[in-house]
Design a protein around this ligand. Sequence first.
Ligand SMILES: *Cc1c(COP(=O)(O)O)cnc(C)c1O
Length: 378
Amino acid sequence: MKIRNKIIFSKPYVSKNANLFIDDVLKSGFHQGDGKYTQLCHAYFESRYKIPRALLTTSCTDALEMCSILLDIKYGDEVILPSYTFVSTALPFAQRGAKLVFVDSSSSHPNMCLEELKNSITNKTKAIVVVHYAGIAIDMDELKSIAGKIPIIEDAAHSIESDYKGKQLGTIGTLGTFSFHSTKNISCGEGGLLSINDPNLIERAEIIREKGTNRTAFFRGEVDKYGWVDTGSSFLPSEFNAAILYSQLEELEYIQNKRIKIWNYYYNKLKLVCDKKKEIYLPSIPEYAKNNAHMFFLLAKDEKIRSHLIESLRNNNAQATFHYQALHASSYAKKLGIETKLPNAEFYSDSLMRLPLHLEITKSDVDLIVSTIDDNSK
Ligand SMILES: *Cc1c(COP(=O)(O)O)cnc(C)c1O
């Protein structure tokens, strides 16, 4: 019997010019940050997404940390955020002593429930952080009207090439953050981007990113020497990361088209299966949202059904997996004294399941995965 190759869950794409650009960086002698490839990436995002200022960072986590510093989050401030997300959405605010106010997901989608958000705002709320889960947009008009003057940070880690009513996600709130971690649609190993949508924050963002110095302005010839002017850290990636990222940006449309094709093939096949089942179903995508094929997920009725499906797929050499463990129920949240119960976030922790999605997934891989799901569910 022929042993099937493992269908791995995620695999970073290697772009055509990756080696050429890395060689170019090596030979140039300019290996630190903010060289040619970083500038090319900045210009690309600023023009494609119409961002007043885009800054590459060492990760999305670091871009979020820059947001926390930029908005002067202090001990006792309240920061509202979803519970069903990655640790990085919370960590930079917890670190600066903010009180984390976790909001539940909606019942129809892992995204934050905006009705619940309304009830969580107080006069101590200093920021609202949202995640567009799987690149599916939060209703940004509704969010903005609820937030009023409170700054909005969009954790757009999943949301490259996804929009809300034609506007790229991550560019609509006050600040937006992207991830180029290996598991995202485009990647450079570890990397991120801060989208500064409020022009008043640009100058200080450049300083915070450069160890609290005005070196960026100095390189532009705006000041005659640079020095220590504010707080900050080292948030800029090396030119090696930027070169890899730029090689992927050159092929962004190819990467996205291919992912979307695979996603649609999954969806059409799996919809036929889910329509006749009671234990599993597909998520609903709101009409205003675009799907950027960051993730393919489905929902099981409970944890037992999900575990059975994940195990059945593993027995067929396909790596399916669960996703976030709701942050409000984490052991660190307990240490912070958080005791809320958020039933929808807990439901997604127990029942959401992700399927393999990367550019080497074939139709026969999807066929096998879908038939395994069909054979092992009611
Ligand atoms: C991946 C991810 C992050 C962290 O991104 P890094 O670039 O690895 O720091 C943050 N938030 C969400 C929602 C993510 O999926």
